[in-house]
Design a protein around this ligand. Structure first.
Ligand SMILES: [Zn+2]
Length: 143
């Protein structure tokens, strides 16, 4: 997908409307139009980058600083129990950090999904031997 066709780039340029809750020089935060919970926000770098791991260290710092600031706003505005965070660039190929607050006493569909994910993980058998786990750790340490 070309930057000109990217929905998030078009929002950044002001060509498409969005409910912005945060903006600085490099980052915007906007309400997801298909929210998992009240106050579900997407944190997006203004620069077109597809994946989280493709952002520079500097831009990553800026995006996560904005995510922290938005989280503080969520806590100030609502009775937040906790906030989930994950990064993707899949459905819309422009990296977006999901900030999904769980409000006290409110159902959160994403949280239900993550609880299911936790259940699956807790019941998985590690497919790697101890030796392989040591190798993986060493390979990542030394990369
Ligand atoms: Zn884009």
């Amino acid at each position: 997908m070309d930057e000109r066709d990217c929905i998030f780039c078009r929002i950044v340029k002001g060509e498409l409307p969005a409910r912005k809750v945060y903006e600085d020089e490099d980052v915007i935060g906007l309400l997801d139009i298909q929210p998992f919970s009240r106050g579900h926000v997407l944190v997006i770098p203004k620069k077109h980058v597809v994946w989280f791991h493709e952002m520079s260290e500097e831009l990553t710092g800026k995006v996560f600083k904005a995510a922290n600031r938005i989280s503080q706003k969520m806590k100030k505005a609502y009775d937040v129990e906790y906030i989930d965070l994950f990064a993707r660039g899949m459905r819309i190929p422009h990296v977006h950090i999901f900030l999904i607050p769980t409000m006290k006493g409110e159902k959160n569909v994403f949280d239900m999904f993550v609880n299911m994910f936790s259940y699956v993980q807790e019941n998985l058998t590690n497919p790697f031997s101890d030796e392989e786990m040591d190798e993986i750790a060493e390979k990542l340490r030394n990369a």
